[in-house]
Ligand binder design. Structure first.
Ligand code: LP5
Ligand code: MN
Length: 266
């Protein structure tokens, strides 16, 4: 295994940049799965049994886990990996994008789960429409401190360095980073933690598409945008927390080619 880790590309480089059309996908993101949130865990397993199987593809747009410190420390996630692997065995295609909490999800995880790691952002044909998919954090361009952290966390060199540390050491660093992040967020104005209209317009123009689907901001919505006199859409996925005082979660799928945002009411 140690030998494999030396020759595997770091997660930042292990991603796929182009995929076959998604015919009837369901999208989720920001589940932040951890044994510390058992109701959220249970809802994920129920989703995998009851909601996901009706779809040809499952697309996870980042932050599946509360945090991920490397595939060699994946034991606590075994039930999650098994649920994904079971779905992929039935023929469902599973796609996984990195989030800011789990940029270290790697080849071993993807292989065990039967999933394909996606570049962020990526353009794909989704239910008949060319669509730009992203976790969404890259478009939070007003959050300068975060963008600096992001550049570091996504760099192959920093990832190699972090993965070379012991599991205990990585775990301590990650827990500390989570605490720092929660403190910093409480001090930031909420609007700097959203995507900026400039970044979204530029991304749409760049990709030559009129539809975006992303997560990260935890502000589920369907936005209509005026892009150079044409109409574009931005669909935002909800985060999941069924253990919170305000339980929430949900997914996005398609009815006759039209996106539909489903928010859990239980
Ligand atoms: O995650 P969330 O929702 O709290 O807030 C995010 C931004 N914060 C982060 C930090 C993550 O939570 C930390 C996760 C740990 C992952 C472990 C593996 C990583 C390995 C990297 C390998 C090289 O993403 C937050 C945004 C918010 O979204 C809204 O967009 O505002 O940004 C910050 O809080 C960033 C801070 O301003 C500065 C950075 C804090 C971390 C500093 C710790 C240094 C140790 C880093 C080593 C891992
Ligand atoms: Mn996120």
């Amino acid at each position: 295994r140690d030998h494999l880790n030396l020759i595997d590309p770091p997660p930042a480089l292990a991603v796929t940049h182009s995929i076959e059309p998604l015919v009837d996908p369901v999208f989720i993101s920001d589940l932040h799965l951890t044994p510390q949130r058992p109701a959220t865990m249970r809802r994920f397993f129920r989703f995998m049994q009851a909601d996901a199987p009706g779809h040809r593809e499952l697309v996870i747009l980042g932050d599946l886990f509360e945090f991920w410190i490397g595939d060699d420390a994946s034991l606590p996630a075994k039930p999650v990996i098994d649920a994904l692997a079971a779905a992929s065995t039935t023929g469902q295609r599973i796609f996984l994008m990195h989030g800011n909490r789990d940029p270290l999800l790697g080849h071993d995880f993807a292989h065990a789960a039967g999933a394909t790691l996606l570049a962020d952002p990526i353009v794909a044909e989704v239910a008949g429409t060319r669509t730009l998919l992203s976790h969404g954090d890259v478009w939070c361009t007003s959050d300068v401190a975060y963008q600096q952290f992001r550049a570091m966390a996504r760099s192959p060199e920093a990832q190699r360095g972090f993965l070379a540390k012991s599991v205990d050491e990585r775990s301590a660093v990650a827990k500390n980073a989570r605490m720092v992040s929660d403190t910093e967020k409480s001090l930031k104005a909420t609007d700097i933690m959203d995507v900026t209209p400039e970044a979204i317009s530029a991304a749409l123009r760049n990709a030559g598409v009129r539809r975006i689907i992303h997560g990260h901001t935890h502000r589920p919505a369907a936005h209509v945008i005026d892009l150079d006199g044409t109409i574009a859409e931005r669909w935002v996925l909800p985060d999941w927390d069924l253990d919170d005082a305000e339980p929430r979660g949900g997914y996005l799928d398609f009815i006759d080619g039209h996106p539909r945002l489903v928010l859990f009411d239980d």
